[in-house]
Design a protein around this ligand. Structure first.
Ligand SMILES: Nc1ncnc2c1ncn2[C@@H]1O[C@H](COP(=O)(O)OP(=O)(O)O)[C@@H](O)[C@H]1O
Ligand SMILES: [Mg+2]
Length: 278
């Protein structure tokens, strides 16, 4: 089957990009003095099973793009196709269903509910999907086991380390088995070693068929992905050459002489995210 032009003719899921944007634009406070052009014609194409990084400095538009990909906000212009569906054609209820079933969100700050156990946090998104309680517990338990936390299901977030809390958040993001895991600075609040463990978990999820979209300001974090897009002032370009570090950022003061070192276990300090808003 030809890969092109098959979107509406019984294409298999593997043929259709799970995320595709065409000339996507976002302008905040358009026409006012406070106008900000946050995205300038973004073309993005991600296939199922890919591990892709979107890298750029603070303020370049990464979170804006994540909000559009996550159908949390609407673009000013351009097209966004999620799993082949033009998101602009969906009504409120269909959008809520798309957010629940297609995209799992992971944030820098974990965003767990403090009074709930790890198990209940992970089971939360199932409530809206009308899953019976016994099955909810079973699925949450399995999701926690899949991220290596099977023995911590009764703990509250405050009783878990940062890395463990992020694993809970990843289990929660995966509970509805979405094709895409969308992570905005997921290692930003973690030390280097713990961050590497979370990145290793993403690689494993990729190997198991998940699509991982990793948003980061840090070239060392982005280097774990198979492919990297670079965002600069609202413009997105695919980084040429696997592992290329020459992105012109100042966040890595000691450029790596060996771009292939991402294949080694070498772990340099992850520079903390300067802005909590990122
Ligand atoms: N809700 C908003 N209203 C107005 N401007 C915004 C809003 N969100 C982000 N911006 C602006 O859009 C630009 C891109 O921001 P953002 O997408 O948060 O970048 P990043 O995540 O790369 O740090 C910045 O100039 C930011 O100040
Ligand atoms: Mg951001």
């Amino acid at each position: 089957m030809s890969r092109a032009g098959s979107r509406n003719t019984g294409a298999t899921a593997a043929d259709v990009p799970v995320i595709e944007t065409r000339a996507l634009e976002k302008i905040y406070s358009e026409g006012t003095e406070a106008e900000v052009i946050a995205l300038r014609g973004v073309d993005l194409r991600i296939m199922r099973g890919e591990f892709v990084a979107i890298m750029g400095p603070s303020g370049s538009g990464k979170s804006t793009l994540m909000n559009l990909i996550g159908a949390l906000d609407t673009p000013s212009a351009g097209v966004y196709l999620c799993d082949g569906v033009d998101v602009s054609t969906l009504d409120r209820e269909e959008l809520a269903t798309l957010r629940r079933d297609k995209i799992g969100f992971v944030f820098q700050g974990f965003n767990l509910l403090p009074r709930m156990s790890a198990l209940d946090n992970v089971a939360m998104p199932l409530g809206y999907a009308n899953v019976p309680p016994a099955e909810r517990r079973e699925r949450a338990q399995a999701a926690l086991e899949a991220v290596g936390l099977g023995a911590r299901t009764g703990h509250r977030p405050s009783e878990l380390s940062g890395g463990q809390q992020q694993r809970v958040a990843i289990a929660r993001a995966l509970i509805n088995r979405p094709p895409v895991l969308l992570a905005d600075e997921p290692t930003g609040a973690l030390d280097t070693k713990t961050g590497e463990e979370i990145l290793a978990l993403f690689k494993r999820l990729r190997d198991e068929g998940h699509t991982v979209v990793l948003i980061t300001h840090d070239p060392d974090v982005a280097a774990h992905a198979d492919r990297t897009y670079v965002m600069r002032d609202g413009q997105l370009d695919e980084e040429s050459g696997a592992g290329s570090r020459d992105s012109g950022f100042d966040s890595n003061p000691n450029p790596d002489p060996n771009p292939q070192s991402r294949l080694s276990t070498d772990a340099r300090p992850v520079i903390p995210n300067p802005g909590s808003k990122s």
